[in-house]
Design a binder for this molecule. Structure first.
Ligand code: ADP
Length: 412
């Protein structure tokens, strides 16, 4: 017979080391876990010959570990025994009722531990009379429900704390962006004045490098303005502080407007845009400016993540009370795992050091706020947004499709 494996679940490092040493000396292979959950994971992976567990662990109790493992048929014949300092009879009863085969009480001397382990490995089991077993079962059920209740309360408290922290973070972002925007608007104004300043204008005409310097300054400030505004808009949308300015308009016309804005970049990047204005009939009631922002973000992303020469399709399906439109590209696609997160704030798939913050350059990158803004806007209108893509593959470019469904009349 090969070397037998024993899993020992114990949170106290000193006990862990001691038992490990003694049993290793006796020729067993020992694997240890310091929490119940880790122990369960290891047990399921390793299927050891014997599991020894402490009762009073920080997460699950020894009895609960036994119950969890016994639910799996692979553990029917694997002995699970407790090694604990909890000497009360009721703990032993509960342990046996929960599916443990034995109950060893600490401190154990080395010889006794070896003897006991051998006994369980050879199929030995502790005896318990039926009366104690049924008392143990009733107690175990009561205790498990009480612990469950306590854990749910703890989770609720932790969740409330997280919500509070999240709100603080939102406030911090909003205040910071706001505080930055005020001086930035001033700088922006001054730089515009500087551009038109007569003596400087003359200098700019005479000297190309002065012109380049001023232009560089204007571009950088404009970009910074854009970033701060993007953060501000997102945090307002996330905090649901957006007042919708509802009006009636034709969705198709709005699409055409946005496409026109991007036409020069589409041409420069040799991207074909497929859009048939005759398909679009929907008259919707929504916040036109915000919906424009959504379409603009989706189109800009489609361009950013599609290599030159690719194709972007914007299509629509109309139903009685809802309209669904999509932006499909032949770009690099999105990993299904990432698809869960791309609508989260500040989540970008690419390495953040690669960011260029261009709205249309291939893999231009950005703050990772475009999609959260879209989601926030669509949701305040009572609609939904989702993505479909078979995966990320920059070589073969499987493409991505973003699908937006909006009620014809915003539910706000
Ligand atoms: P960013 O400012 O980084 O573009 P977004 O919120 O708009 O932020 O998008 C989040 C991430 O989702 C992007 O960094 C990108 O990895 C991925 N993504 C968005 N749109 C597409 C698309 N059409 N094709 C492939 N990946 C996309």
């Amino acid at each position: 017979m090969g070397q037998q494996t024993i899993l020992y679940i114990e949170d106290d490092p000193a006990s862990r080391r001691l038992v490990e040493r003694v049993l290793q000396h006796s020729g067993y292979e020992i694997v240890t876990a310091e929490t119940g959950l880790k122990g369960i994971d290891i047990a399921r992976k390793l299927l050891p010959d014997l599991i020894i567990t402490d009762i009073d662990l920080p997460d699950l109790r020894g009895q609960e570990i036994a119950t969890a493992l016994r639910a799996d048929a692979r553990f029917t014949h694997i002995p699970i025994v407790a090694l604990t300092a909890m000497t009360y009879g009721e703990h032993r009863e509960m342990a046996m009722a929960a599916g443990l085969d034995g109950y060893m009480i600490k401190p154990l001397n080395t010889a006794k531990l070896r003897e006991q382990v051998k006994y369980y490995l050879e199929g030995g089991r502790d005896d318990i009379d039926p009366e104690s077993l049924s008392a143990g079962q009733a107690r175990f059920t009561r205790e498990i429900v009480a612990r469950l209740e306590q854990r749910i309360r703890q989770l609720e408290d932790a969740n409330a704390a997280l919500v509070r922290l999240d709100r603080m973070k939102e406030n911090f972002i909003q205040i910071t962006a706001h505080e930055l925007r005020t001086p930035l608007t001033l700088v922006y104004g001054y730089v515009r004045l500087l551009e038109d300043f007569p003596s400087l204008k003359g200098l700019m005409q005479q000297d190309e490098s002065v012109k380049g310097l001023i232009q560089g300054l204007v571009d950088a400030i404009e970009r910074m303005h854009g970033v701060v505004n993007e953060i501000l808009t997102t945090s307002r949308i996330m905090a649901r502080q957006i007042e919708l300015n509802i009006s009636g308009f034709k969705l198709g016309e709005l699409m055409e407007r946005v496409i026109e804005e991007y036409m020069p970049d589409l041409e420069e990047r040799d991207l074909t845009l497929k859009f048939d204005p005759t398909e679009w009939h929907a008259d919707i009631r929504a916040d036109r400016e915000l919906i424009r922002l959504v379409v603009s973000n989706l189109l800009s992303n489609a361009m950013k993540y599609t290599p030159d020469g690719g194709e972007i399709t914007i299509g629509v399906q109309e139903f009685k009370r809802r309209v669904t439109f999509f932006v499909r590209d032949t770009g690099i696609g999105i990993d299904p795992k990432q698809q869960l997160y791309i609508f989260d704030n500040f989540h970008t798939v690419a390495d953040s050091s690669m960011h260029s913050s261009s709205k249309t350059a291939f893999e231009g990158g950005g703050l990772g706020l475009g999609l959260p803004i879209c989601k926030g806007i669509i949701e305040v209108h009572g609609g939904e947004i989702r993505v479909e893509s078979v995966g990320y593959d920059p070589e073969n470019c499987p493409g991505s499709t973003f699908i937006v469904t909006l009620p014809l009349v915003a539910l706000h």
